[in-house]
Design a protein around this ligand. Sequence first.
Ligand SMILES: NC(=O)c1ccc[n+]([C@@H]2O[C@H](COP(=O)([O-])OP(=O)(O)OC[C@H]3O[C@@H](n4cnc5c(N)ncnc54)[C@H](OP(=O)(O)O)[C@@H]3O)[C@@H](O)[C@H]2O)c1
Length: 274
Amino acid sequence: MVGPARYAPSVSLPAPTADNRAVVTGASSGIGTALAEELARRGYSLILVARREELLNELSKRLTERYGITAEVRAIDLSDREQRAPLSQELASRDIAILCNNAGVSTFGPVAKLDLNFERSIMELNAVAVHDLSLAVLPGMLERRGGGILITGSAAGNMPIPNNATYAATKAFTNSFSESLRGELAGSGVNVTLLAPGPVRTTNPDQEEIGGKIPDFIWVTAAYTAKLSIDALARNKMRVVPGLISKGMSVAGQYSPRAITAPIVGSFYKKLGG
Ligand SMILES: NC(=O)c1ccc[n+]([C@@H]2O[C@H](COP(=O)([O-])OP(=O)(O)OC[C@H]3O[C@@H](n4cnc5c(N)ncnc54)[C@H](OP(=O)(O)O)[C@@H]3O)[C@@H](O)[C@H]2O)c1
């Protein structure tokens, strides 16, 4: 095989095989693409999920050529229950070694002024789909006594955020669900880790607007985030927060009185809402 050397398989995650798969949702850009590459580098064959099929096909081709793995593409809208159901059924019936529940979107501004249907679709994508896909892979992982579920929550899930209400609430769900599930699965052989990042630099066009309002030193890269996340999942860490500044802000966000932080954070997010 041509290309960079692979990592040795993670000790506490199932080793990659010809049949098993690591699933990455939101693989067509940002953190998801970086997670897919990190897993391919460790020898895992993949199922790549997002809506933009062309980007998934390009990624599949690149990772297949570079790492000699198999990368299947499932181009679906995860916020649509009818499109999601066949994927859940497929994952329940296959040998899934790792599930990275990573797809997620955000809106900014007062929720009453935002598009109701889109806000509903955020609930469906950021929260309900995470729940569905996790529950789809769990029985198989428990039976095999091995597997890893990485859930991408956010530092935004640690506190109330006026002008980012739907996103913050869905990320409160993912943060709590991930850490609760991990507690239930202790000793089962199934690892669960929450990725709760602060700002992670991606090519998402929304970040051009947001980028200028957040100082450079706070940002971390998607590649660094992905490596840290899979290392943490292999060690069954409860939560991973990439970057020292984000770690500090995350602790502050969790333990500061909400009545004080909500208006401060809310006024910052008001600027992001334009
Ligand atoms: N970057 C940050 O600063 C940051 C900080 C904290 C948390 N996060 C979280 O990290 C995760 C990844 O974010 P990112 O920054 O990498 O964003 P991104 O580059 O915008 O990626 C989002 C991914 O989700 C997919 N997606 C969006 N809507 C979808 C839908 N309805 N069905 C299926 N896939 C969908 C997108 O693909 P398609 O458009 O092709 O469907 C894309 O692959 C999200 O959960 C986000 O909340 C990010």
